[in-house]
Ligand binder design. Structure first.
Ligand SMILES: Cc1ncc(COP(=O)(O)O)c(C=O)c1O
Ligand SMILES: N[C@@H](CCCC[NH3+])C(=O)O
Length: 432
């Protein structure tokens, strides 16, 4: 991982600013984003489509990390955004994000969320189930409105990743099943609706995927479905959204291809298969989350207490943990770290970085060789920009960290640090 970081005078730099300076200025624990990395990845995705002369959308999966500043960056980069809740939609609205670039996902959107989407003219509603088709029809009737929609299908592809983050297998809570004919039934219902304009088909096979084979099979199945719909129902999707899931490097044991190379392979398969089956090549939309925000994020902590159990293990505790990054505890996710104020040192030791939460499972990194850590040192855990802050909690009533955006040597607070007062903001003093 040390090849991927910028180091000056043995100090970790983020977006041209020493990490220790950020820690001093904003306090720890701290979530920092190097904004240029976010921009570069979006641009790399776009270049692949442009090189192939395809209609496309790069629709960032907001669930990986969202805040007003993130939507501002996405807007500047002319990206789309995929949202999955009224809360994400509200944040995008507050950021002035163009609503025609928003796709609304979710397997249980409420009537209120669908009404909000229709009122704000969200560009695409991605229908997930029969209940939702009916609910959206009712909402559109009541508002005398129409909506552009896509059908999410489950393509029966088991991606090679942690089973908790697989989504494209047949036994999944998401989408209309192709094999049992549910997708065909959904297609007919939507084509019969006067209020919904069916733009295409969507699928997403899972997250943190390294192998290209899953995407190839997914794309082949989607093109076969297009051909089937064209022949049987005289309907050809204009857009095929293949989802996200492109795996990133967390540690030196990870060797993914570049995110844009996954997309090139998907495009190649799409072009070959559509030509073979005689279907017009659709616009291709992608929904990357992790690959856009993940590598851009670094979590900064200060080291505190430590405990050595002779012949067993040395624990070093930091001032954060599972409240700001649940992924190690939830998925056994692995990360790499550096001591930001002493990146390379001849003298190292094997330590386990523990969090400060009252759970034995609150371990951020088990067994990592790092320069000898002193209390007050700044520990940087790398590539934490996706599904860290966005899955953060107030467990143990710890406030969530501040989020800092850094670009060209300039840092700004994107999300303020939560205060103790924020923690009791919604609490009520009862008359008891
Ligand atoms: C529908 C959908 N699209 C896109 C994504 C983004 O996935 P990733 O962050 O792995 O790119 C997800 C999450 O897995 C998802 O459920
Ligand atoms: N939250 C997961 C990814 C799930 C993506 C949501 N569909 C992670 O941290 O890896």
């Amino acid at each position: 991982m040390h090849d991927d970081i910028e180091v000056q005078d043995n100090q970790l730099m983020i977006g041209g600013v020493p990490a220790t300076k950020l820690a001093d200025e904003y306090g720890t624990n701290l979530q920092v984003y190097d904004v240029s990395k976010i921009r570069d990845q979006i641009r790399a995705f776009k270049r692949v489509f442009e090189k192939n002369n395809l209609e496309y959308a790069v629709s960032y999966a907001s669930k990986a990390f969202a805040c007003i500043a993130m939507y501002q960056v996405l807007k500047q980069e002319d990206a789309h955004a995929d949202i999955v809740s009224g809360g994400e939609l509200y944040t995008a609205i507050k950021a002035g994000f163009p609503m025609d670039h928003v796709s609304f996902h979710g397997n249980n959107k409420s009537r209120a969320e669908l009404e909000m989407a229709v009122d704000h003219h969200v560009g695409m509603i991605i229908l997930d189930n029969f209940y939702e088709i009916q609910l959206l029809n009712e909402v559109l009737e009541a508002k005398d409105a129409t909506a552009d929609v896509m059908l999410r299908v489950s393509p029966a592809v088991s991606a090679h990743t942690h089973e908790f983050i697989q989504t494209g297998q047949q036994d999944s809570k998401f989408g209309f099943d192709i094999l049992t004919g549910q997708a065909d039934e959904a297609l007919q219902q939507v084509l019969n609706s006067e209020r919904m304009n069916l733009k295409g088909v969507h699928s997403h096979i899972g997250s943190q995927i390294f192998e290209t084979s899953g995407f190839k099979i997914e794309t082949e199945k989607l093109v076969r479905l297009m051909k089937h719909w064209q022949d049987e129902f005289d309907y050809t999707p204009e857009i095929v959204n293949v989802g996200g899931g492109f795996g990133i490097k967390y540690t030196d044991d990870d060797h993914p291809i570049r995110p844009e190379d996954f997309v090139q392979q998907i495009i190649t398969t799409m072009q070959e298969e559509t030509e073979k089956l005689g279907v017009k090549t659709p616009a291709v939309w992608i929904e990357p989350g992790r690959s856009i925000s993940g590598p851009a994020g670094v979590s900064l902590y200060r080291a505190g207490s430590s405990k050595t159990i002779p012949n067993i293990r040395k624990y070093v505790a930091v001032d954060g943990g599972m409240g700001d990054n649940i992924r190690p505890a939830l998925y056994g996710a692995k990360y790499d770290a550096v001591v930001a104020n002493d990146v390379v040192d001849d003298e190292t030791e094997l330590v386990t970085l523990a969090g400060k939460y009252c759970e034995s499972g609150d371990i951020l990194i088990k067994d990592i060789e790092l320069p000898k850590i002193k209390p007050g040192d700044v520990i940087a855990i790398l590539a934490t920009g996706a599904y860290g802050y966005s899955m953060a909690s107030n467990y143990n009533r710890n406030p969530r960290p501040a989020v800092i955006f850094v670009e060209d040597g300039k840092s700004q607070v994107a999300i303020k640090r939560e205060t103790f007062a924020d923690l009791v903001h919604l609490d009520q003093n009862l008359d008891i």
